[in-house]
Design a protein around this ligand. Structure first.
Ligand code: XMP
Ligand code: MG
Length: 173
């Protein structure tokens, strides 16, 4: 039980660790010599980001930001601000680290904000992706697991703030 709902194990911690290691090896190969800057999106990505970062065999830096959206004018629609983006991203190879890409709304809004900082490149590494839930045209460049359009908790993801510390990924029954 997490909060008032029943969840069951969907992806075991062993499977997760194996897949994250593979992704770390792949990223190390692709970014060798580029000193990439990992940009973790809080709160959900904190566990994935720390495991992925420790799976690297190359020089890399890491920083975290929090995204907050608010209603803009009718012409700008929803506006997103990045809290804590103090790093100079100009000319850097940025790898966004996200827990899950669901509809794709969050990252679709954030991409133009990030591009304004003049990075050399921007790619996305997500722990999970829900392809069936996608409403915006955005895909992760690196992804650990594709999952069905169901609510999940554990490995950093929460249900109403709880369940982030669960080592396995759980799915709503
Ligand atoms: P979008 O739709 O913008 O969603 O791609 C991304 C953000 O929504 C949260 N999210 C979830 N959190 N279990 C969670 O704990 C889920 O199944 C889930 N689906 C979406 C998450 O914070 C993500 O950053
Ligand atoms: Mg999140």
């Amino acid at each position: 039980m997490v909060h008032d709902k029943q969840f069951e194990i969907f992806i075991s911690k062993e499977k997760i660790q194996k897949r994250v290691s593979e992704l770390g090896a792949q990223i190390s190969k692709d970014y060798a010599g580029l000193n990439p800057l990992f940009l973790g999106i809080l709160n959900g990505s904190f566990i994935f980001a720390s495991d992925l970062f420790r799976a690297l065999s190359i020089d890399a830096e890491i920083s975290f930001i929090k995204l907050a959206s608010y209603k803009g004018t009718s012409s700008t629609g929803n506006v997103i601000t990045a809290i804590g983006m103090e790093e100079n991203l100009h000319g850097r190879h940025v790898l966004i680290v996200e827990d899950i890409i669901d509809t794709g709304k969050t990252l679709t809004s954030f991409m133009p904000v990030l591009q304004q900082a003049g990075p050399a490149s921007v790619k996305i590494a997500s722990f999970l992706s829900k392809p069936d839930a996608r409403r915006y045209d955005i895909q992760p460049d690196y992804n650990c697991f594709e999952i069905p359009d169901k609510f999940v908790v554990g490995y950093g993801l929460d249900y109403d703030g709880l369940g982030r510390q669960l080592p396995d990924l759980h799915i709503l029954c």
